[in-house]
Ligand binder design. Structure first.
Ligand SMILES: Nc1ncnc2c1ncn2[C@@H]1O[C@H](COP(=O)(O)OP(=O)(O)O)[C@@H](O)[C@H]1O
Ligand SMILES: Cc1cn([C@H]2C[C@H](O)[C@@H](COP(=O)(O)O)O2)c(=O)[nH]c1=O
Ligand SMILES: [Zn+2]
Length: 192
């Protein structure tokens, strides 16, 4: 049975690095992979998965309208796939999570999805909510808060480093816009 995996964490926990490492591992054994990332993440070159330690790899882009099952099936007919790897999986829609579940169940290709659990207001992203609900395996990746505890939350900050309390769920950025914190420090900073 092929499984749907959800590797989740705060920002800066090494999700993209781990994804690229898993991809390398498949490929060094002569296996074929298909990489995906969110079209709306325009931090680096469009269509590439970048990790903060400098690894990068070209990827397919998913948009809200992308039918993941159709796109992956077409690729699989062309080149038999051994694994599908998805970065920024928090930005998948609910329907797309069901589509990648069908990739595992019907096409029998393992799907490894990597994403944030929660947003800057401690709410689940739609993709993460659905992955937490239906993935076969949930794996937490760990980053460290300034206090040394595990960071599970993401605080959005302004130019002065003050917490941002309200805004759109999606705001693409990196260390200039977000700080990964443990829950205790997230709550303390948010409550002033
Ligand atoms: N120059 C560096 N050398 C080694 N590790 C680094 C470097 N820069 C960043 N990192 C580490 O890389 C990790 C972030 O990797 P990344 O895959 O981009 O995370 P994520 O996708 O979860 O946001 C952090 O643990 C960070 O400390
Ligand atoms: C917390 C939070 C994050 N985002 C965005 C910011 C980044 O572009 C990605 C996460 O990137 P990672 O380093 O690969 O984990 O998500 C957002 O849009 N809204 C949020 O609340
Ligand atoms: Zn802390």
């Amino acid at each position: 049975m092929a499984k749907l995996y959800f590797y989740y964490s705060s920002m800066n926990a090494g999700k993209s690095t781990t994804l690229l490492q898993a991809d390398f591992n498949y490929r060094e054994r002569g296996m074929q992979t298909m990489l995906w990332t969110a079209a709306l993440d325009d931090r680096e070159e469009e269509g590439w998965i970048h990790s903060r330690i400098g690894l990068k790899k070209k990827a397919h882009l998913f948009e809200k309208e992308t039918d993941m099952l159709v796109a992956i099936s077409m690729q699989h007919e062309d080149t038999t796939l051994d694994c599908v790897l998805i970065d920024e999986a928090q930005f998948l829609t609910k329907d797309q999570v069901f589509q990648v579940a069908l990739v595992a169940d019907q096409l029998r290709i393992p799907v490894l999805a990597y994403g944030l659990r929660t947003d800057f207001q401690a709410a689940l992203f739609p993709g993460s909510a659905q992955l937490l609900a239906i993935a076969d395996e949930l794996v937490e990746l760990k980053a460290v808060c300034e206090c040394g505890s595990k960071s599970t939350m993401n605080m959005r900050v302004d130019e002065e480093g003050n917490p941002v309390l309200a805004g759109q769920q999606t705001a693409i950025g990196g260390n200039e816009l977000y700080v990964a914190l443990c829950r205790k420090h997230f709550m303390e900073k948010l409550n002033g």
